[in-house]
Design a binder for this molecule. Structure first.
Ligand code: IMP
Length: 486
């Protein structure tokens, strides 16, 4: 054997252990922490803090606007999938950003010359109950549900609108707005400047939603936080999303690829949103990615652990989530970087979340568990007296038929499915699921003796259990009436 280099036999025999969630338990440690005191707030990207460490996967049976809105209200973050046209994805993201805000800036308005029919169409399209009426940017009235109730559809907005409008200046506080709206019994408060130009709108609905969802993930101006997935090769989509969302997730099955890194490096410079890079699986990938891309706001780690994933089964290539997170965490430490890591794929319980955090992640990306909820877009079906929801991999044959998912799992040169499609048991509201995950996670952290996520990185002690967690690298936790080609 030539000098110093290990033989193939040695390389195989001394290979690292790509450990999985099923390999470990968390050892209960000496604790002073009561689960009720545990704080699971986290940095989901370098610039955004959220109250619960759960991100919903960008998959077309997991995250559309309804999931993203509900999860953000509960303190997490939704990543809108990209298996649709840019138009459709941007529209979904806009719905999230419009769902609530302290001050709506991009106000939907009507003009006095519109027919009531046109105004009603706008109200239906944007799911809103009234429209400020403007002429050359200046507020001249407001069209409310009451105004249009008895109007003829051909009437002009200018003839039926309420002309005497209660308004306020842009710098009004939330409390003052609430009082003013209460005093005048109004639901919408247009904000105008000295010249009467419309500057924004405060709605009573938004004020009451603030009280209802105190943990919600919000941007700097009070709108719900929203992320969306895109390929780093799809510049047009990224640029359009950049105008709407807070976070763009470069959604690549194997990011540690020269062409991908180059494309991302060029694109990041043009984007103002935070950028999440992934998926990566090894220490070297984390080192290469972080040192070659100017701005990385979070890393998404894990290849092959997803419950609908057959990448490893087919190709033998993979980096199970727990291992990938630990690798990324150690690499970042070497670089002196504290970029947050998302553990992506294979989460089946709060204990898995706890392990993922213990391995160095700041948040977990969840597909399967969230696909089970009412808010996921997958269809609800009854099988043998039980309810299920459809759940499929983005590299499954039917998802790839839609074409938009194709560059994540199968470039035309690959031509093989890396995901399966099936059903997961229906579990009802997302709020219940998030609550169960949060409570379970806090209990776990209580056992570890960690009162927050940062402490979990240092305090958690793990121990091996029984057999290799081989099942994690295969499709699991779904019923599989059909399988993709194997
Ligand atoms: P789950 O929560 O275990 O179901 O994992 C969800 C994760 O699986 C996603 O966030 C993706 O990273 C990954 N994934 C989604 N679709 C596919 C696929 O078709 N093949 C492999 N991995 C996938």
């Amino acid at each position: 054997m030539d000098s110093g280099k290990p033989s193939i036999t040695e390389r195989f025999a001394k290979a690292q252990h790509a450990f999985t969630f099923r390999d470990f338990i968390l050892l209960p440690g000496l604790t002073e922490v009561d689960p009720s005191e545990v704080d699971i707030e986290t940095r989901v990207t370098t610039d955004n803090v959220i109250r619960v460490p759960f991100v919903s996967s960008p998959m077309d049976t997991v995250t559309e606007d309804e999931m993203a809105i509900t999860l953000a209200r509960l303190g997490g973050l939704g990543v809108i999938h990209r298996n649709c046209s840019t138009e459709e994805q941007v529209e979904m993201a806009k719905k999230v950003k419009r769902a609530e805000s302290l001050v709506i800036r991009d106000v939907v308005t009507a003009e006095p010359g519109y027919a009531v029919r046109e105004a009603l169409a706008l109200m239906r399209k944007y799911e809103i109950s009234g429209l400020p009426v403007v002429k050359e940017g200046k507020l001249v009235g407001i069209l409310t549900g009451r105004d249009v109730r008895f109007a003829n559809e051909d009437d002009l907005v200018g003839n039926v609108m309420t002309k005497k409008v209660v308004t306020a200046h842009d710098n009004i506080t939330l409390e003052q707005a609430r009082e003013l709206m209460h005093e005048h019994r109004i639901e919408k408060l247009p904000l105008v400047d000295e010249s009467g130009k419309l500057k924004g709108l405060i709605t009573f609905k938004d004020i009451s939603l603030r009280g209802k969802y105190p943990n919600a993930s919000r941007d700097k101006v009070g709108r719900l936080l929203c992320a969306a997935a895109a390929s780093p090769f799809d510049e047009e989509r990224c640029m359009r999303l950049d105008k709407v969302v807070d976070i763009i997730v470069f959604d690549v099955a194997h990011f540690h690829n020269k062409k991908v890194i180059d494309a991302a490096r060029r694109l990041v410079k043009k984007l103002s949103a935070n950028v999440v890079i992934g998926n990566i699986g090894t220490r070297q990938a984390a080192l290469d990615v972080v040192s070659s891309i100017e701005r990385v706001n979070a890393l998404r780690a894990g290849i092959g652990s997803g419950s609908i994933c057959i990448t490893t089964e087919i190709t033998k290539a993979g980096a199970p989530t727990l291992f990938a997170v630990a690798q990324a965490f150690d690499a970042l430490k070497e670089l002196g970087s504290d970029i947050p890591i998302w553990a992506d794929g294979g989460i089946t319980s709060p204990g898995d979340v706890a392990l993922a955090l213990a391995a160095g992640s700041s948040a977990v990306c969840i597909g399967n568990l969230f696909a089970r909820t009412r808010e996921s877009p997958g269809s609800l079906v009854a099988i043998g007296g039980q309810y299920y929801k459809a759940y499929r991999g983005m590299g499954s044959p039917s998802a790839m038929e839609k074409r938009h998912a194709i560059d994540r799992y199968a470039s035309p040169s690959k031509g093989i499915a890396e995901g399966v499609e099936g059903y997961v048991p229906y579990k009802g509201d997302l709020a219940t699921m998030v609550n169960e995950l949060s409570q379970g996670l806090k209990a776990s952290m209580g056992y570890m003796g960690a009162k927050n996520i940062r402490e979990a990185w240092t305090k958690a002690q793990v121990a091996w259990v029984s057999e290799l967690g081989a099942t994690e690298t295969k499709a699991h936790d779904v019923i599989l009436p059909t399988r993709g080609p194997t």
